[in-house]
Design a protein around this ligand. Structure first.
Ligand SMILES: [Zn+2]
Length: 380
C-alpha cells in the first residue's frame, strides 16, 4: 500500500496537496487541528471536502485533533483577543499571526501517527507537507530546513523511523503553481475545481457566516493567486469579487512600491516605475559590450543578452533582439507629442524604454532603446 499522512487544515495548500496525493494513487490519512483558531470554519470546510471526495469515490481517513484547551492560551492574534492585522502578507505586522511553535506541535503528532500506521499496516508511510518557497520569512516554522531538522530529531528519538519519510512536493513552488497543480488533479480525478475550493477557507478573519473579509494578509495572497491563474475565487467574500480583487491589487502595488523604493536608486526608480528617461550618453550600459545577460533591475527577469546588443550611437543601450523568453510588453505611447511604442517588463511592468523601427535590417529591423537604469548586467 502507498500510504501518505498529512495535515489537512482546510486551506488552499493542504487541499491541493490532498488532491495531488489522491491523483498519485495514495491512500491518504489526514489530520485537522483545532488549536483555538478564530477561523475554526476551516475545519468544517475541510470536512465538507472530505465528504465531497467520498461522494466522488475517494475515501480519505480524516481525524480532528483538539488542542484548543491549551493552544487557545497561546499568544498571537489568531488565538487571542488581539485583532488580526490587515494588509500585505509580507509586512512585519503579520508576525502577530504566528502561533508559537505551532508547526512543531502538529508535526510531532503527525509523525507519531505515521509511525503507528506503518507498524499497524506493516508498510512505509510518507508524511506529505505542503511547504513551498512562497512561505514567508515571518513564518519561520514553515521553512524546509526546520522540517528537516525536526525530522532528524524524530529519527533519533524513535524506533523504526526508517519506515517514515518526508515528502515535500511543493518545495519549489508557490501559491500560483500549487493552484495550477490542483487544476490538473481535479481534471484527472474528475472533480469540480470550484466546488473543491468553495470548500476551503484561507481568511484569518471570516465573519459569522464564514465569509472572508478579503483584507487579511492570507486573503490578499489567495485572491492574487486566483487572479494570476485567471479564475474567480469560488469562496464567498463579504464584498463582490471585483471589489476584493481591486483591494488586493492595491495592497500589492503599495507594498511593491515600498520594496522598489528601498531597493532601487532614485534614477532606477524614476525610470522603471515612473517612466522617466535617463539623459543620453550617461547610462552605464550604453557603450558596454561584454558577453553576458541583461536582467530587469526590479525583478531580475532576463530581458536581453549581449548577442542581441549593438552600437546604435543613439546614446542609450540598443538591442535588435530580446531574449526569446523575455516576452517584453509593447504599449502605445502618445506622450511628448510623439507616437512611440513603449516597452515594459512582462513580469513586473517596469518601464524599460521604447522600440523603434530603425534597427539593423539583418536582425529584423528593430531597435530596442533601453535605459541603463532599467537593467542589471551579469557577466557570463
Ligand atoms: Zn521586471
Amino acid at each position: 500500500m502507498d500510504i501518505a499522512v498529512m495535515a489537512f487544515s482546510g486551506g488552499m495548500d493542504s487541499t491541493s496537496l490532498l488532491l495531488r496525493l489522491l491523483r498519485n494513487g495514495k491512500t491518504v490519512y489526514t489530520i485537522g487541528f483545532n488549536y483555538g483558531q478564530k477561523h475554526l470554519i476551516e475545519l468544517s470546510r475541510a470536512q465538507m471536502n472530505i465528504e465531497y471526495l467520498a461522494k466522488q469515490g475517494y475515501d480519505v481517513t480524516h481525524s480532528v485533533v483538539d488542542l484548543s484547551s491549551i493552544m487557545s492560551t497561546f499568544s498571537g492574534s489568531l488565538t487571542s483577543a488581539d485583532k488580526v492585522p490587515q494588509g500585505h502578507y509580507e509586512e512585519s505586522q503579520m508576525k502577530s499571526t504566528v502561533v508559537p511553535n505551532r508547526n512543531a506541535i502538529f508535526a510531532s503528532i503527525i509523525y507519531g501517527y505515521a509511525l503507528s500506521l506503518s507498524t499497524k499496516l506493516d508498510c512505509k508511510v510518507s508524511i506529505s507537507l505542503g511547504v513551498h518557497s512562497g512561505d514567508h520569512a515571518i513564518y519561520p516554522d514553515c521553512r524546509p530546513e526546520f522540517y528537516q531538522k525536526l525530522n532528524d530529531a524524530f529519527e533519533v528519538g524513535n524506533w523504526d523511523s526508517e519506515m517514515v519519510g518526508l515528502d515535500l512536493p511543493y518545495i519549489d513552488g508557490d501559491k500560483i503553481s500549487i493552484l495550477k497543480d490542483a487544476i490538473i488533479s481535479c481534471d484527472k480525478l474528475g472533480l469540480d475545481f470550484n466546488q473543491v475550493f468553495a470548500n476551503t477557507n484561507t481568511s484569518y478573519e471570516p465573519d459569522e457566516d464564514g465569509r472572508s473579509s478579503g483584507k487579511t494578509g492570507s486573503d490578499i495572497e489567495r485572491i492574487l493567486a486566483f487572479d494570476a491563474i485567471g479564475r474567480k475565487d469560488p469562496v464567498t467574500y463579504q464584498e463582490d469579487w471585483e471589489s476584493v480583487l481591486t483591494h488586493a491589487k492595491s495592497i500589492e502595488a503599495e507594498y511593491m512600491d515600498k520594496v522598489y523604493r528601498e531597493k532601487l536608486t532614485d534614477m532606477q526608480y524614476q525610470v522603471t516605475r515612473n517612466g522617466a528617461t535617463e539623459r543620453a550618453f550617461t547610462g552605464l550600459y550604453d557603450k558596454h559590450f561584454i558577453k553576458g545577460n541583461y536582467y530587469c533591475v526590479c525583478c531580475n527577469h532576463l530581458l536581453f543578452t549581449s548577442v542581441g546588443k549593438y552600437n546604435s550611437g543613439c546614446g542609450w543601450p540598443a538591442f535588435h533582439t530580446e531574449h526569446k523568453a523575455a516576452q517584453i510588453l509593447r504599449v502605445a505611447d502618445y506622450t511628448h507629442g510623439m507616437v512611440r511604442v513603449e516597452v515594459k517588463c512582462s513580469k513586473c511592468d517596469a518601464h524599460l524604454g521604447h522600440v523603434f523601427e530603425d534597427g539593423p535590417r539583418e536582425h529584423g529591423g528593430e531597435r530596442y532603446c533601453i535605459n541603463s537604469a532599467a537593467l542589471i548586467f551579469k557577466e557570463e
